[in-house]
Design a protein around this ligand. Structure first.
Ligand SMILES: [Fe+2]
Ligand SMILES: [Fe+2]
Length: 373
């Protein structure tokens, strides 16, 4: 068995042990032959190290049917996204947001420790009130997503992630036209979903490199630990079930119980989408930034078996809608403006080119959106 950095992997190598994402999701089984697409997939999920078999031990490895992005959509470093990101970071709105966000992550850290040591009575409304300024200060959907993406490049803690997931959940709830009372419950579910990570050994959570199977098992306990922390508090049951089930997947591939679609609570299914979206767009040291169209493409490839489509489809459609009218860079170096969304193929909208021609990306598999500029 050889420990290999993901950046040094080459097609044809075979995994010697199951490969997990940082949140403990199983990406590939042992004995999986790596292809360039699978390596991109590992990079996309921020996997830094993989155990591979020495060449002499490779016999006839199986290539499972695990979903993966195809080569035309495989995530690639988007070198130019930084310019769009810089525009956002220089804005006055971002500066105001950043100051408020930093204050709120610190407050959430304190609130979580009070919840864990039961030193203060739990007041859900007060907890929600703490973060409400982050989504109620007249920001458009696009602004909120831009702020969140850029903040995550600055603050990568569990608290920042929980705040992001809460805000994304709230936006999803609005898009799904949930009543205000449900919006509050859903936002709270997002805010508390990873509270169990506070009971996971921080050395494991931040450990660089490959985790041992024992360490993965430890991380995978965080949903149950979270539910345990909240067990004694008078809370809407949908919050507790979302905390417990947010890593379950509709195809039964999740944890801790391997539940299938019908057995997973509705709010857990929504939190799961917000959670993975934030993980995909969070800071990665080897990437300057990420293009939302890459994320959509990945969801299109792997999402619909694992996530509830009645929540995933409106979510992706609304995200794409927020980028209508934006100028994008294509992988052939040309640029254009997104003018129409293709609901059958969300990552491939119609783009108006510099020559004022309409380019339907769904009919050009060789092209994809590399960055928003
Ligand atoms: Fe989690
Ligand atoms: Fe999470």
């Amino acid at each position: 068995m050889i420990k290999m950095a993901t950046k040094d992997l080459t097609a044809g190598m075979v995994t010697a042990a199951p490969v997990y994402s940082k949140t403990g999701q199983r990406l590939f089984d042992a004995n999986t032959m790596l292809t360039s697409q699978k390596i991109s997939y590992l990079e996309f999920y921020g996997v830094e190290w993989v155990q591979v078999l020495p060449e002499a031990e490779i016999e006839e490895p199986e290539i499972p049917d695990a979903p993966e992005p195809d080569s035309s959509q495989a995530p690639k470093p988007a070198a130019d996204t930084v310019s769009y990101s810089q525009k956002v970071k220089r804005s006055k709105n971002f500066h105001i947001f950043k100051v408020d966000y930093s204050k709120k992550t610190k407050m959430l850290e304190d609130s979580f420790s009070h919840l864990i040591d039961k030193s203060q009575p739990f007041e859900p409304d007060a907890l929600l009130e703490q973060i409400s300024s982050l989504y109620s200060n007249h920001l458009t959907s696009l602004s909120v997503f831009d702020m969140l993406h850029n903040m995550r490049q600055i603050d990568d803690t569990t608290y920042a992630h929980c705040i992001n997931v809460a805000i994304i959940c709230r936006m999803m709830g609005k898009w799904l036209e949930l009543p205000e009372s449900d919006l509050e419950v859903l936002t709270l579910a997002g805010l508390l979903h990873d509270i169990g990570k506070c009971r996971v050994d921080p050395k494991i959570l931040t450990k660089p490199g490959t985790l041992t199977p024992e360490e993965y098992r430890h991380i995978q306990r965080h949903p149950a630990l979270g539910a345990e922390i909240l067990a004694d508090y008078p809370l809407d049951g949908r919050v507790r079930s979302a905390v417990l089930m947010h890593h379950e997947r509709c195809d039964g591939s999740g944890y801790p119980s391997g539940l299938h679609k019908d057995d997973i609570s509705e709010f857990a299914k929504i939190v799961a989408i917000a959670d993975v979206y934030d993980a995909m767009t969070s800071n990665r040291c080897y990437r300057k930034g990420i293009c939302p169209f890459e994320v959509i493409a990945t969801f299109e490839r792997i999402g619909f078996e694992k996530y509830e489509s009645k929540y995933l489809l409106p979510f992706l459609t609304h995200i794409i809608d927020t980028y209508l009218g934006n100028t994008v860079l294509l992988n052939d170096g040309s640029s254009g403006k997104v003018i129409m969304v293709n609901t059958q193929f969300l990552s491939r909208p119609v783009v108006s080119t510099e020559q004022h021609e309409y380019l339907d990306l769904s009919k050009h598999p060789e092209l994809y959106i590399q960055a928003i500029i």
